[in-house]
Design a protein around this ligand. Structure first.
Ligand code: C2E
Ligand code: CA
Ligand code: CA
Length: 543
């Protein structure tokens, strides 16, 4: 076996004395090393070969003249340095050493890129969870009070991903990263946790200052995404937590920011919510009271009558009620968002649907055309079998599916997934109708109105409220209502107006061509018994 000449296995061989004086440099070593120094002559002292920061390393390694030692150091003049590893063997008791030097610059960059890969998210190049955790720990160690973390969840991302594929989804995430980085201050940090979740760390900003930045975050994400077909529109729900009030370590801060982000999602998405410890503990006690209340039968339904323009009672909307043993009546706008976060909504929603359909069956003995509207939370569509659950209820109660209307919000449709659309289509096929609740309050593209099997729109009471003699600024709202009615009818949708409280509103809506009316003017939410009595009265008047 021929052994490789030393001069070829290493990049340079040097002999140095104990005082670092260079006594010998191999020929290949001279050729390889000279370009790293900005002269034709190599330095005469080995210390002058080294980067300033590495001199001490070598001096320390040679202390006590060990038999051999090895170090990674940089050689060359400033600006043209190269990482090398050298191994040294003592030749004499006096401290002469022979050094074999190997260029390791390519390993060094590889190692640092490996380190970069471990600390960063592959797709966006942003710091990952581990890096974020270290950065938060650093802020805590620096004893910074008043720093904040914001957890960001994109609204509507899943739909883009499901509809157009992962490739488009990835492009949207990269584009979002670009937009978010633009609004950050120089000391702020953006990290990606995975999926559509990002975190902003504001080491020098309290809640107020962070909210200023987050305002721009909402605007930045709201711009159309040209990276996706049809210029997809997204939103972002944000939860904000401040140190130390909302958590004294990384995991508590993140958990609380997450709770606040879900509040943003449940309150209609695309907003910033600051974590509130007292609210969280109230939510907690409401959740446990709801569990008990379900067992104790504290939940019930009321029915708000709906009328045609001739003021005939033609249907009702089922509205959930909860009278707690200790607190008395708790409004649905309080307990429904909590039930949604606590995972109770699939159960409560299904219970409301069953109860309303049982009641509808009884109403049909008096008025066979009576129509029941039931609210459906977006959470209910997350179940894989929502359509089956509805069909089971119809079978169990024996109602005519054509007399059931499910009320869904614009945001359910805007952020809907293929699964939701399939469930809607399947149920529509079976005769069930869908109405868009709170129409006009979500900002959406309206294209869903023709794409999905919707049969009516329900104009939100905020618009109806504006039709009143005392609201002088109402002219534009009136025009808006007329336009909504026009729009609905031009694509064969029924138009329902809710929140009708006075005759002025009723007359205006009637003249504008609205089909159905719901509101305190003609009937507040009431018991099933009260609806039956009204139906009986109506029948006797006709007879
Ligand atoms: P919503 O679906 O928009 O229901 C209409 C709300 O307007 C009801 O409030 C009703 O009592 C109220 N309202 C009706 N007429 C008038 C009026 O003339 N003036 C005024 N100012 N208000 C009127 P409620 O019962 O407090 O329900 C609030 C919300 O809670 C509902 O809004 C709905 O989003 C939700 N909700 C109620 N029951 C259910 C349910 O069974 N399932 C789901 N998912 N959500 C429900
Ligand atoms: Ca409704
Ligand atoms: Ca409504």
């Amino acid at each position: 076996m021929t052994s490789l000449p030393l001069d070829r296995a290493v990049d340079a061989v040097l002999r140095i004395a104990a005082d670092f004086d260079i006594q010998f440099v191999s020929e290949t070593g001279k050729r390889w090393l000279t370009p790293f120094f900005k002269s034709t002559q190599l330095p005469t002292s080995f210390l002058d070969f080294l980067h300033t920061e590495d001199k001490a390393t070598v001096q320390k390694a040679m202390e006590g003249l060990p038999e051999s030692f090895s170090c990674d150091v940089r050689v060359g003049a400033a600006g043209s340095q190269c990482w090398v590893n050298f191994r040294s063997h003592r030749l004499s008791a006096a401290g002469d050493y022979v050094l074999s030097i190997v260029d390791i610059s390519s390993w060094k960059t590889e190692a640092s890129s490996l380190r970069h890969a471990a600390d960063h998210d592959e797709l966006t190049g942003l710091p990952n969870r581990a890096t974020l955790k270290r950065a938060v720990a650093q802020c805590i160690q620096n004893n910074k009070s008043g720093f904040t973390v914001a957890l960001l969840g994109l609204d509507g991302f899943k739909r883009v991903n499901d509809t157009f594929g992962h490739h488009t989804g990835d492009a949207v995430l990269v584009e979002t990263t670009r937009r978010l980085l633009k609004v950050l201050g120089p000391t702020d940090m953006l990290a990606r946790l995975g999926g559509d979740e990002f975190v902003m760390l504001f080491p020098n900003k309290n809640v107020l200052a962070a909210k200023q930045v987050l305002k721009n975050v909402l605007l930045a994400v709201a711009r159309p995404y040209e990276t996706a077909p049809y210029n997809a529109y997204l939103g972002v729900s944000v939860g904000l937590a401040e140190y130390p009030a909302h958590g004294e370590d990384y995991s508590v801060m993140l958990k609380n920011a997450d709770t606040a982000m879900y509040k943003s999602k449940n309150a209609g998405k695309n907003r910033v919510t600051v974590f509130s410890a007292s609210e969280a503990s109230l939510d907690f006690s409401i959740t446990s009271a709801m569990h008990k209340g379900i067992q104790a039968g504290e939940f019930f339904l009321e029915y708000q009558p709906q009328f045609d323009m001739g003021r005939n009672l033609v249907g009702a909307e089922a509205l959930m009620r909860w009278t707690n043993r200790k607190w008395g009546p708790v409004g649905p706008e309080v307990f429904i968002p909590i039930a949604e976060t606590a995972g109770l909504m699939p159960f409560l929603g299904n219970w409301a649907l069953r109860s309303a359909c049982h009641q509808l069956k009884l109403f049909h003995t008096l008025a066979p055309d009576f129509v029941m509207s039931v609210n459906v939370s977006p959470i209910q569509f997350d179940s894989d079998h929502f359509d089956k659950q509805v069909l089971d209820v119809i079978e169990e109660t024996g109602i005519d599916p054509c007399r059931l209307v499910l009320e869904i919000t614009e945001s359910t449709l805007m952020h809907s997934q293929e699964k939701t659309e399939r469930a809607l289509a399947h149920l529509r096929e079976k005769g069930i109708r869908f109405s868009i609740d709170d129409f006009g309050t979500g900002f959406s593209s309206l294209s869903y109105l023709t794409r999905l099997p919707v049969s009516s729109i329900k104009i939100d009471k905020a618009f109806v409220w504006a039709i009143a003699p005392e609201h002088t600024e109402a002219t534009s709202d009136k025009r808006l209502i007329s336009a909504m009615i026009h729009l609905g009818q031009s694509i064969d949708l029924h138009v329902v107006a809710e929140g009708v409280e006075n005759e002025t509103q009723f007359e205006f809506l009637k003249a504008a061509g609205c089909n159905l009316i719901q509101g305190y003017l003609l009937g507040k939410p009431m018991s099933a018994q009260a609806i039956r009595q009204q139906l009986v009265r109506q029948m006797s008047m006709v007879a």
